[in-house]
Design a protein around this ligand. Sequence first.
Ligand code: FES
Length: 145
Amino acid sequence: MPDQELIAPELPEQRNPSESDLSSGWYKIADSSQINPKEAIQVDSFPTQIVVWRGEDSKLRALNLYCKHMGASLACGEVDGNSIRCPFHSWRWAGEGHCDEIPYAKKIPAKALTRAWEIDEVNGIVYAWFDKDANPSDPDGQRFE
Ligand code: FES
């Protein structure tokens, strides 16, 4: 099956972050205590909806909320190792934004990519980096509570 048939052309209402008026910086999205190991949460208070999870290594990772296959919410999925597995057809997504496993498939489609968001955890607060033009994070960038 060609790649394009495996990727849904229309996804649920994933907000376009480039339409946001927010300045570049680190935005508080949660308290650390809200995300236990192997748990995922949905965050709506950000320029786009994201899923944030804590892997087995205790590190936090974040992706666009809706699965690039057929649009299921990854926040309803299951943390598997340090990746997150979609609740619908079990595609597994790594924190860098690529699909790293599809059950029963020999090949992962080249288009199975989603947007990853940089996370920083400081003093019990979880921040996500936002830049309208997707520029890389600045460790010393402004922090917004
Ligand atoms: S919607 Fe099919 S794997 Fe996510």
